[in-house]
Design a protein around this ligand. Structure first.
Ligand code: HEM
Ligand SMILES: *[C@@H]1O[C@H](CO)[C@@H](O)[C@H](O)[C@H]1NC(C)=O
Ligand SMILES: *[C@@H]1O[C@H](CO)[C@@H](O)[C@H](O)[C@H]1NC(C)=O
Ligand SMILES: *[C@@H]1O[C@H](CO)[C@@H](O)[C@H](O)[C@H]1NC(C)=O
Length: 494
């Protein structure tokens, strides 16, 4: 009897597989979904596509199925865009059709359609436009973004100086410095690196990123419908979100009591003015809850990304001391020692600029970008992408394209230099993605990476604690983000 039961189950599973295979065969091909490996019911392509190191697996699949293909993450189909040509064709040439944000269970549950990263339609457009103009260099009144960054570099240098040439892990202080830049922009003030409130904010963010980059985070992206009903670490992340939003909300109260519309101090003040301006408009996107969610988005998108890039960059300079030396030569020649580097120096510093670009290219921080979608059935090349299908534009496939960058897996600033030593621009430089969803903080991030690195190298020479040859520079985690291995360095006064 039991045997019969088991046989029935096996038979049913086989039938389910065959049916789904048949259904899948009918759905892909010319005039239909892009091709791809046959999925299992519910589990999708877990056999071919491991959450760990997605970018590498997808590269293999693109060799088999071409630049546009379909994989199933759980039961949902995902259309993958692989290589510069298709990514550009979709995100840039057909920007309007491919600008929508795809379904992201974590972000959708946390932000409820508000804010910038996980929103769509009119709400997204209005708040994004407002945030972009506010984040322009003088968008927030008298103090420029550059000034805010330069203020923070002094505190960072001081902290580095306190290590007195002994070895340390730079993770914490870089996170503090970069978070403080966002604090300065959003709240109009920075915090001491030992401030209790600041430390708990930092702790929230660390937990959020560890969680999002973990296997649990990946699984939640695929199986949220099931996991929402189960206990597990994925539930904790929402508590961290709430704590971060509570922090913003507390600051908001202080601002409401002291705002002067004629001289906005920061992002919150600007948003409050905008709310006032639109108070009689029905359905305005500018209300308190959206202020909190947008500010939250700036922390979410603007801290770990930038500090990880700088931390990875310093590791690469330890690995390649000759490159570090050439950057220092350029700093000494163009800036000297008597004043700080500023953004205006960048055009005079093609080598340093090339090194910064090469760091971002090489590490390919967010290899799969952030999911997009199409809001109606969309013809693309020979296929039709149905409305609502998740789309992954694979940024690492563009950044590591050997057509543009010979030996793409080699760290070589020459990738961004002409033969005469001038800076060489590349259309393939897409660490911030491209098109209408391009990173809102691109300008800010590029300023921060340049200014933090240039000021550190103006004062200090960085030395590894092991032979450079032995330094491991391959990323430790390749889920949503490429994170460098933990390392130590010594900063010696120059
Ligand atoms: C090295 C640092 C950074 C990298 C590599 C980076 C990269 C990205 C990428 C790949 C996206 C997704 C684009 C897409 O959907 O196609 C994105 C979105 C975004 N980034 Fe950044 N980012 C960085 C720093 C920042 C900073 C400093 C801010 C702070 C203002 C920021 C704010 C945002 C926002 C708000 C979005 C969502 C845009 C939207 O959906 O319209 N990012 N970023
Ligand atoms: C950095 O270098 C400048 C110029 O050489 C010097 O005035 C300053 O004290 C140094 N700062 C630190 C923190 O070492
Ligand atoms: C406001 O939103 C509601 C529901 O989304 C819609 O029915 C209404 O037409 C909107 N009003 C205006 C003035 O846009
Ligand atoms: C350097 O080379 C690039 C292209 O190879 C060229 O466009 C540029 O004008 C040259 N600049 C100088 C100063 O020679």
């Amino acid at each position: 009897m039991e045997l019969l039961g088991a046989a029935t189950v096996v038979l049913l599973v086989c039938i389910a597989c065959l049916l789904s295979l048949a259904a899948w065969k009918g759905r892909s091909g010319k005039g239909k979904m892009p091709p791809g490996p046959a999925p299992l019911p519910i589990l999708g392509n877990v056999l071919q596509v491991k959450p760990k190191d997605l970018a590498k697996t997808l590269q293999k699949l693109s060799k088999e199925y071409g630049p546009v293909f379909t994989v199933h993450m759980g039961s949902d189909p995902v259309v993958v865009l692989h290589g510069h040509d298709v990514v550009k064709e979709a995100l840039v040439d057909r920007a309007d059709e491919f600008a929508a944000r795809g379904h992201m269970p974590i972000g959708d549950r946390a932000n409820k359609g508000l804010g910038i990263i996980f929103s769509n339609n009119k709400e997204w457009l209005e708040v994004r436009r407002f945030a972009l103009s506010t984040l322009r260099n003088f968008g927030m009144g008298k103090r420029s973004i550059e000034e805010r960054i330069l203020e923070e570099t002094e505190f960072l240098l001081e902290d580095i100086d306190k290590t007195k040439g002994t070895s340390f892990d730079p993770t914490f202080m870089l996170s503090c410095a970069v978070s403080n830049v966002i604090c300065s922009i959003v709240f109009g003030k920075r915090y001491d690196y030992k401030d209790k409130k600041f430390l708990s904010l930092m702790n929230n963010m660390n937990n959020i990123f560890a969680m999002m980059n973990s296997h649990w985070g990946q699984l939640y992206q695929m199986f949220s419908n099931i996991l929402d009903y189960l206990p597990g670490p994925h539930n904790k992340i929402f508590l961290e979100f709430d704590a971060l939003k509570a922090f913003v909300s507390e600051e908001l109260k202080v601002h409401q009591a002291s705002v002067d519309p004629s001289s906005p101090r920061d992002f919150i003040d600007c948003f409050l003015s905008k709310m006032q301006e639109e108070k009689d408009r029905p359905n305005s996107s500018f209300h308190t809850e959206n202020l909190i969610t947008s500010a939250f988005d700036l922390f979410l998108a603007g801290t770990e990304t930038t500090s990880t890039t700088i931390r990875y960059g310093l590791l690469l300079l330890l690995k390649y001391p000759k490159i570090q030396e050439k950057v220092q030569e350029e700093i000494d020649r163009v800036v000297g020692r008597s004043r700080r580097p500023c953004v205006a120096d960048r055009t005079q510093m093609p080598y340093t600029d090339a090194v910064v670009h090469e760091i971002q290219r090489f590490i390919s921080l967010i290899p799969l970008a952030v999911p997009h979608t199409v809001t109606k059935d969309t013809h693309f090349r020979d296929y039709v992408i149905p409305k609502g299908t998740t789309i992954f534009p694979i940024l690492s496939s563009v950044l590591h394209d050997s057509k543009e960058f010979p030996n793409p897996n080699e760290f070589n600033p020459g990738h961004f230099l002409n033969e005469n030593g001038t800076f060489r621009k590349s259309e393939f430089f897409m660490p911030f993605s491209a098109g209408k969803r391009i990173c809102l903080g691109e300008g800010l991030a590029r300023m921060e990476i340049f200014l933090f690195m240039a000021t550190i190298l103006q004062n200090f020479t960085l030395k590894p604690v092991v032979d450079p040859q032995e330094l491991n520079i391959t990323p430790t985690l390749s889920g949503t983000g490429n994170v460098p291995p933990v390392y130590q360095l010594c900063a010696l006064r120059r």
